[in-house]
Design a binder for this molecule. Structure first.
Ligand code: NAD
Length: 549
């Protein structure tokens, strides 16, 4: 693509429509758009194959291609070419599917002005460029696809869509820290991303994991925005991370890494700016070092710069276990809704870290039989039920579940396909996909992890009648008690554990009922209903604040 010159291929067999598009583009001001038109999918693909096409406007009903299949064939043969789909009002559902499948946008024939057409082309090119450049990541793609699906169903304004599709602020740092051998220095990448700054300070965890990148952190920041909004918390979403495997590091190395990372992102964070919390690979201790480093730099103690810190430093009772506890509160709501009695029912939990181990504990306290758990090393299965205390005792000695004696070793893949009433993925993203969704055999899927299920899998699970508690609902207990911690810190209050759990249950139950009511009223799946609840509030807030300047 040359600067200010875009070459668009229109694949459309209706000459009236083709002339209309041509004249709309000719009228519109802005960067020059050169249009070429072909009337068959085959010749269109051949033309794209010869190169020089920046974007394709694709009619889905062609003599040699019908409906979604037209798009899928195009995508299979020309995966890197951005596509805007042209659709009739009757085929909106198919067009939405094309967007879920990777089309940049769709336009409804008969409702397109010159300005709408050129803006759609411009935004589509920007999105394609960003996705293949700095934000290239399957997880960010998933977050964007979920958002676009919800935005289309709710008819979100185009400019708001484009704005919310990317984070508002992102910081990428590269920094060194010393290994225990003093001479040995390691340089790593770190990120802090703030998705929306319109709702108050931003809030989101810090993740230490070897696969962290800008796209992953941006996806997590976007989900935080919807989660906070869905819970009516006064925050926009943020997230941070360092690309490193913390299990390789000694405690001293982890401390040096954390302190240096904190000073690198110092200008972005603060108690009324952006408040980190633990996520995968980080914990209370990491938050304590972060708080101490920040406090050293400003010259006085600032406990409210982080949440999820130790209680002795101003952390909240109940924060550590809040995500797992909240997940179980949600499971209780969902079980009531589908008429599942929890005592005697069965659960499988993937991941036995903060979220997974606490979810497992509270499920068993509800009388649920825990038949399998896993961590990065292995899965453990026992049809008679596993003891959470005994699993913890093994971990305390061995760091990993591998070698746990009271059950059979299974793989993480096998674990996800076990027959159970409640399946709780509480480890990583991208675990339930088109490949294994058909074999998932549970009644409630409670997403403790962020982004464990792909959009294609969502559909397969829906067909199987599985009730999904989507991540932004199911794991919102963590940020909700983080909010309580922040409020207690700002006001020097100390709430009891009962007060915290009662308030947590009230907020989560209300959000569950609100989401369910929207899903039932608008005939939506729970994920889309939850996303729309979250997005709608952010959109309203943005419109009320207006545009600066
Ligand atoms: P954690 O680091 O405490 O635990 C992660 C667990 O997952 C560990 O048991 C680890 O061994 C396991 N794991 C890693 N790779 C795995 C693999 N390939 N297969 C199976 N298990 C694997 O992390 P956490 O804080 O419990 O976070 C887990 C998930 O929950 C993440 O997606 C995180 O974003 C999400 N989450 C966490 C919180 C929170 O408050 N900590 C809040 C909301 C969402």
């Amino acid at each position: 693509m040359e600067q200010n010159h875009v070459k668009v291929l229109l694949i459309e067999d209706n000459p009236v429509q083709a002339r209309l598009i041509q004249s709309l583009l000719a009228e519109a001001s802005g960067p020059g758009i050169e249009l070429e038109t072909l009337d068959r999918l085959r010749t269109g693909l051949e033309r794209v194959g010869r190169g020089g096409i920046d974007l394709v406007l694709l009619d889905l009903i062609l003599p040699d291609g019908q409906g979604l299949e037209t798009f899928l064939r195009f995508r299979a043969e020309a995966p890197d070419t951005p596509v805007v789909v042209l659709t009739g009002l009757d085929d909106l559902r198919i067009a939405t599917k094309a967007v879920e499948g990777g089309a940049q946008d769709y336009l409804v024939k008969g409702q397109v002005s010159g300005a709408v057409l050129t803006r759609s082309i411009r935004y589509a090119l920007q999105r394609a460029q960003a996705r293949s450049g700095e934000w290239a990541s399957p997880m960010f793609r998933l977050a964007q696809q979920q958002f676009l699906k919800a935005a289309q169903i709710m008819g979100l304004d185009d400019n708001l869509r484009q704005r919310l599709l990317f984070p508002q602020r992102s910081m990428v740092v590269s920094f060194p820290f010393r290994r225990d051998g003093y001479e040995h220095v390691e340089t790593v990448f770190g990120y802090r991303v703030q998705h929306v700054l319109s709702m108050g300070p931003t809030k989101g965890g810090i993740r230490y994991h070897p696969e962290v990148d800008l796209g992953e952190v941006s996806a997590l920041a976007m989900w935080m925005t919807w989660k906070c909004s869905l819970m009516h918390l006064p925050y926009g979403g943020a997230k941070g991370g360092v690309r490193i495997d913390p299990t390789w590091l000694s405690r001293q190395e982890l401390q040096r890494l954390t302190r240096r990372f904190t000073s690198e992102i110092f200008t972005m964070i603060g108690p009324d700016k952006d408040i980190p919390a633990p996520d995968m690979g980080t914990d209370e201790q990491v938050m304590a070092w972060l708080m101490d480093t920040y406090s050293q730099q400003v010259g006085y103690g600032v406990p409210t710069v982080v949440t999820g810190k130790p209680v002795v430093l101003g952390g909240s009772l109940g924060r550590k276990e809040a995500t797992g506890r909240g997940l179980v509160y949600m499971v209780e709501e969902a079980a009531r809704h589908i008429g599942l009695g929890l005592p005697g029912s069965t659960a499988v939990v993937q991941g036995f870290g903060n979220v997974g181990s606490n979810a497992a504990r509270f499920l068993t306290e509800d009388g649920v039989k825990l038949i399998a758990v896993s961590d990065a090393s292995t899965g453990i299965y026992n049809s008679d039920g596993l003891s959470v205390d005994s699993l913890h005792a093994h971990l305390a000695q061995n760091r990993f579940l591998e070698g746990y004696p009271d059950g059979d070793a299974i793989t993480n893949e096998e674990l996800l396909e076990l027959r159970c009433d409640i399946l709780a993925p509480c480890a990583l993203q991208n675990q339930i996909t088109a490949e294994n969704a058909a074999r998932v055999d549970c009644r409630i899927l409670a997403e403790g992890a962020n982004g464990p299920t792909t959009l294609e899998a969502d559909e397969i699970l829906a067909e199987k009648g599985i009730l999904i508690l989507p991540d932004i609902l199911a794991n919102a207990g963590g940020v909700t008690v983080s909010y309580f911690e922040w409020v207690q810190g700002l006001q020097n209050l100390m709430w009891t554990l009962d007060e915290i759990n009662d308030r947590l249950r009230a907020i989560l139950s209300e959000a569950f009922q609100r989401t369910l009511a929207r899903a039932e009223r608008d005939n939506l799946d729970m994920r889309t209903a939850a996303l729309i609840e979250g997005i709608d509030r952010v959109a309203q807030a943005k419109l009320k604040r207006g545009l600066f300047p």
